[in-house]
Design a protein around this ligand. Structure first.
Ligand SMILES: Cc1cc2nc3c(=O)[nH]c(=O)nc-3n(C[C@H](O)[C@H](O)[C@H](O)COP(=O)(O)OP(=O)(O)OC[C@H]3O[C@@H](n4cnc5c(N)ncnc54)[C@H](O)[C@@H]3O)c2cc1C
Length: 415
């Protein structure tokens, strides 16, 4: 008789693998179906928010993750013209430090224990092409084989096939311009800081990596400018290097070592939402249901937190023998408000950063200059971004914004 698997996960990216490990640790047997035949050393989100570190600790891989990442405890922001205006040391907020590492190492740290567990199978070269509900199980079709499972999870990224086959409606928009990312070799150990510097046509982001490396991002704000950069490889390269040098003068020698435009990865930047995250006996996680702008450093973290929450809900649901949409919706209810807040706040901050009218620029620079003094507002906002506290209500949001502009108002939040 054909074997019926408990849970089949389509997609062995960071979300799918974290879910597999979390379910396996709860005694559920899992099969991961990954379309790639081998995992390539890709860049796909490097920044780990504190909540992701907590989850990895709970899954027993905290020490491995720590060994392949570096701490990021200072958060800096400013403009190309004025330099760094805000310099916040998150150590003053307690355990709210991020970590940064190569995606392949973080992904590899989750994959390694899965290979040793008897209740997990990771099938490579297994592209899911169709799914059907038949006789109380899912029939999952791949080009040359099929598999039956009680529960199906779509962790198959932005272009999710599972989402499409389940009839879940996605709405997607692309952010204009381009997000160009490059890894540079540094002369010295990088500082444990992230840096976000705004320029008129391009902005820059800096994140430290292990082994005296760093990841630099050049956010090109307009499509036309990126089209020009791409169309002239030599002039495009010198333009990009000039911009990075202007934004990060201390990294001039590292930037000079970038030899070709092809060293830059153009990261897809999309906003995506869906009408539902669950249907009867199936759920989606990660980029399959929500995409955020990569500059927020959240995409990988949202997928990890979805996985941890879905594992908790699914394990109970399987034990109780109730896996209908109503039961699985507990997962969606627990996660959706956080994801929606990050998506909305990301768009709002992006607009604030890109607008050039005098009032917005003055307000933004005031926040950069004075915001760090609003310690309570800063701590609260970091905790929400870190994924360890619930998003603020609309009233609290207004109070937080007021405190960033007028730090003396911060005392009100302390009460
Ligand atoms: C090139 C790139 C660079 C990125 N860089 C950043 C960044 O710098 N910062 C940031 O915050 N975010 C970044 N992101 C976004 C971040 O990687 C995602 O938010 C995060 O990886 C989401 O995890 P996930 O598991 O949901 O999806 P993914 O990581 O996309 O994993 C989906 C997996 O499903 C597999 N798959 C797809 N279709 C099928 C199918 N039909 N059958 C079987 N398997 C399938 C894919 O091969 C993949 O392994 C980047 C994304 C990309 C694509």
């Amino acid at each position: 008789m054909e074997r019926i698997h408990d849970v089949a996960i389509a997609g062995g990216g960071i979300g799918g693998l974290t879910l597999a490990l979390a379910l396996a640790n709860r005694g559920v047997s899992v099969t991961v179906l990954e379309q790639a035949s081998t995992y390539k050393p890709i860049y796909r989100g490097e920044y780990l928010q504190p909540r992701s570190q907590e989850i990895f600790d709970e899954l027993g891989i905290g020490a491995t993750i720590e060994a392949v990442t570096v701490p990021v405890y200072v958060s800096r922001a400013g403009t190309e013209d004025d330099g760094v205006l805000m310099d916040v040391d998150t150590r003053s907020f307690g355990a709210l430090q991020g970590r940064n590492g190569f995606h392949r190492d973080i992904h590899g740290a989750v994959l390694a224990p899965l290979r040793r567990l008897s209740n997990v199978e990771v099938r490579m070269g297994a592209r899911v092409v169709d799914v059907k509900r038949e006789s109380e199980t899912w029939s999952i079709e791949m080009p040359h084989s099929s598999l039956r499972a009680r529960i199906l999870v779509g962790a198959d990224g932005r272009g999710s096939r599972v989402r499409e086959r389940l009839g879940i409606v996605a709405s997607e928009r692309r952010y204009p311009g381009a997000v160009l990312a490059v890894t540079v070799q540094l002369d010295d150990e990088p500082e444990a800081c992230s840096e976000n510097l705004l320029g008129t046509h391009e902005s820059g982001l800096f994140f430290p990596l292990p082994n005296r490396k760093a990841r630099l991002y050049l956010l090109v704000h307009e499509d036309e400018r990126y089209a020009w950069i791409k169309s002239q490889p030599d002039r495009g390269l010198s333009h990009v290097r000039d911009r990075l040098r202007a934004l990060f003068p201390r990294l001039a020698s590292a930037v000079a070592r970038i030899g070709s435009l092809s060293e830059f990865q153009n990261i897809p930047a999309y906003h995506l939402t869906t009408d539902r995250w669950v249907v009867d006996h199936a759920a989606l996680i990660g980029d399959a249901i929500h995409c955020v702008h990569p500059a927020l450093g959240q995409g990988m973290n949202l997928a990890i937190a979805d996985a941890a929450e879905l594992a908790r809900v699914l394990a109970h649901a399987l034990e109780a023998g109730r896996t209908d949409a109503e039961t699985l919706r507990e997962y969606e209810s627990a996660r959706r408000s956080h994801v929606t807040y990050i998506q909305k706040d990301g768009d709002r901050s992006r607009e604030m950063l890109l607008r050039r009218d005098r009032m917005t620029v003055a307000l933004r620079n005031r926040v950069f200059r004075n915001g760090a003094r609003a310690q309570h507002a800063m701590r609260r906002m970091h905790a929400v971004y870190a994924g360890v506290e619930a998003p603020p209500s609309p009233l609290e949001e207004t109070l937080l914004s007021l405190a960033l502009v007028f730090p003396s108002f911060d005392r009100v939040l302390a009460r």
